[in-house]
Design a protein around this ligand. Structure first.
Ligand SMILES: C[S@@+](CC[C@H](N)C(=O)[O-])C[C@H]1O[C@@H](n2cnc3c(N)ncnc32)[C@H](O)[C@@H]1O
Length: 373
């Protein structure tokens, strides 16, 4: 049973990573976390919405549910949508946009549905629509039930707010954080990414170890809602910010591309993790394990989408596997690729895999080993 006044809050993520996100949400003490297709639901107040946006690494956005009702005609939709308590949440002077999606419902035209809801909001509140608005209302029609939510994040949460330099095929920060979690990474061990691109894994790992909040450097759509309290938000940020620590471990990235290294260094600098990270230009065959205790090698090598790519990439995967087997005793490996055969070419002793994850139009899988012999 939801406590009185509680909201239903939905944290979206890439399909395939819902249970990993649910673990993160649980570990952060949110109420009633439940993994469902596409994300995790929790219960809480607006304060919890702000906190989820600020501290959760694995979500792509946070939605707050406003209303849910059965509706089968567009005319009824507009009437019913006028009864939503818009003034409790939206400000009359802040523009908004509406996005609708329809599945197995008599209302099947998402554009028309979005327009009716926008009309209802403007009629009740006087607020104007704008396709550029930070404040987004989402309406999901499924089996003739309309669920109306507010997107409280605005720009997607993988945009941490400091990364300007992006490599060709970057891993989204929220996925990188969840793959690290799936590998059992808790911030206490060293990390090596030998194909680091723009440095996503290395920087995420360093931030996790330093207990830095992923949302510390950005703004959120909830700051423009009627429910926002600037003073309480400031207190929350300060309290969470005070938990930062100096990590004991170090985080290493390398790439054969000099531009990738410059990018990674600039990104690490902006994120404030330069002191604990090290980036070097080198190929995987030149790789050696850093001194000290073993940790986790996490890597997403190129996987190529074109026919013929696979054959060309096999030697690269083989060389990566050989280097890790010869030079990284005691280290675990987490390798993300879209191609199981390429993963197999490494010769690494992978455990059975978890569900594939939708990423950049492909389905990628995390292949993991235990400590190498
Ligand atoms: C899919 S990208 C990795 C993206 C990275 N995870 C990120 O988030 O930006 C693959 C990277 O592997 C690098 N690479 C390809 N062949 C390599 C080799 N032989 N040695 C080292 N790096 C290599 C490429 O330069 C590219 O940056």
């Amino acid at each position: 049973m939801k406590a009185k006044g509680d909201l239903e809050i939905f944290l979206a993520t890439a399909p395939g990573l819902e249970t990993v996100l649910c673990d993160e949400v649980k570990a952060n003490g949110f109420r009633a976390p439940k993994a469902i297709p596409g994300g995790v639901t929790i219960e809480g107040r607006w304060h919890d919405v702000w906190r989820a946006n600020l501290v959760i690494r694995g979500a792509s956005r946070v939605l707050a549910r406003l209303d849910r009702f059965r509706v089968t005609h567009l005319t009824d939709l507009e009437k019913r949508a006028r009864k939503v308590k818009w003034a409790d949440v939206l400000r009359p002077n802040v523009p908004f946009r509406v996005e609708a999606s329809c599945k197995t419902s008599r209302i099947y035209h998402s554009g028309a549905a979005a327009e009716r809801i926008a009309n209802a909001v403007t009629a009740e509140l006087g607020a104007a629509t704008s396709s550029e608005a930070d404040v987004g209302i989402t309406a999901r029609f499924e089996n003739d039930v309309c669920t109306i939510s507010i997107d409280t994040s605005g720009e997607l949460l993988h945009k941490r707010g400091f990364k300007e330099a992006v490599a060709k095929a970057p891993m989204r920060e929220n996925l990188a954080a969840l793959f690290l979690r799936q590998c059992g990474y808790d911030g206490s061990e060293p990390i090596v990414d030998p194909m680091c691109g723009s440095g996503t894994f290395v920087i995420e790992a360093a931030e996790i170890a330093a207990r830095l909040m992923p949302g510390r450097a950005r703004h959120f759509a909830f700051e423009q809602l009627a429910t926002f309290d600037g003073a309480k938000w400031q207190t929350l940020r300060e309290t969470k910010g005070a938990a930062a620590v100096t990590p004991a471990a170090r985080f290493f990235g390398s790439d054969r591309d000099a531009g990738a290294i410059t990018m990674s260094q600039a990104n690490a600098e902006r994120a404030g993790v330069t002191a604990w990270t090290e980036f070097q230009q080198k190929t995987v065959s030149e790789l050696t394990a850093p001194d000290g205790q073993p940790g986790l090698v996490i890597v997403n090598p190129p996987y190529g989408a074109r026919i013929g790519d696979k054959k060309q990439l096999q030697p690269l995967y083989r060389s990566l596997g050989q280097t890790l087997l010869n030079k990284f005793p005691g280290w675990r490996v987490g390798l993300i690729t879209a191609d199981a055969q390429l993963a197999k070419s490494t010769g690494l002793p992978f455990k059975p895999t978890a569900a594939p994850v939708a990423h950049g139009g492909l389905r990628v899988t995390l292949f993991q080993t235990g400590p190498l012999g």
